[in-house]
Write a protein that binds this ligand. Sequence first.
Ligand code: A3P
Length: 317
Amino acid sequence: SKKKSDKTSTKSLWDWFLPFQKRKDGQVKISISTKVFGFLINPLEGVITLQQCFKEAQPTDVFLVTCPKSGTTWFKTLLFAIMNRDLYDYDDHPLLTTNPHACVPFFETYAIENATNLRPDLSLLATHMPYTCLPDSILVSGCRIVYVYRDPKDLFVSLWHFANKIRSKELPTLILGEAFEQFCRGVSIGGPFWDHVVGYWKASIEWPDRVLFTKYEDMKNDPQLHVKKLAQFIGYPFSIKEENEGIRQKILDLCSFESLSNLEVNKNGLIRLGQDMVLENKSFFRQGKIQDWKNYLTTEMVERIDEITKHKFKELA
Ligand code: A3P
């Protein structure tokens, strides 16, 4: 069945980010086979710097880990609002005037710009690094890791839209089917997606106090419950007084898709993610819904991706 997306062609999923790179070979893929992971060249430099030089993770640190398009932006805001709730009022909050990616940087891009002083002045950071690529200091520090999983069908559709949005206007639109093929073969940032998930799933089973495996869909379906769990896990539980004052709901309202996507900063602002990559803030807000894949993927695509998911996750059952 024909869906909304089959327009013009491109060579490869790896073209997606090239307009933002100075170098012609703008990205390195370590490999596109399974069990190893791909990075853009800028974050890759950061990953290597962190692996070699970052020794200062603290037990009080919180690392948000995602595959791109899992809801990173949303969870950045939730964690930021939870952890800083004593500092700010809700009518004068930094998230009302600052893009979430500026409030909570990606550690691998932070590392490139701060290579001589890797210990950030922040206890909340985000990363797309696979588990096996985390610096030892993070693994041994006892810090908290929050991993966000999203249904790969929705994640892929979101990624495809994002790639087209940030792509140079001179380039043709990416064909959904070609991008899908690459995604299924494991070609994606921090991917293969499924191996990324399995790494953190296993860690969450082994160290449940240190690694929280949470789902975008669960947060959508029952935000009250899951934001409470999130706050408890990172050591910032809501007190009875806060509950009576409705702080949990205030945080959810502040971080809702409707609220964030309608802010001036997120409608018209720009964010620099690494030396050569400047993106429109609005590119991180599309629909914020679940099961949008039903509008894009053919029956064959759904069967294929579900089969890969079943196969890759069978050891987790
Ligand atoms: P869609 O493209 O499906 O709408 P990431 O932050 O990891 O890049 O993920 C982006 C996805 O999260 C996009 O999904 C985006 O719309 C959605 N998103 C952004 N902010 C959100 C929020 N506050 N609540 C729910 N979803 C949000």
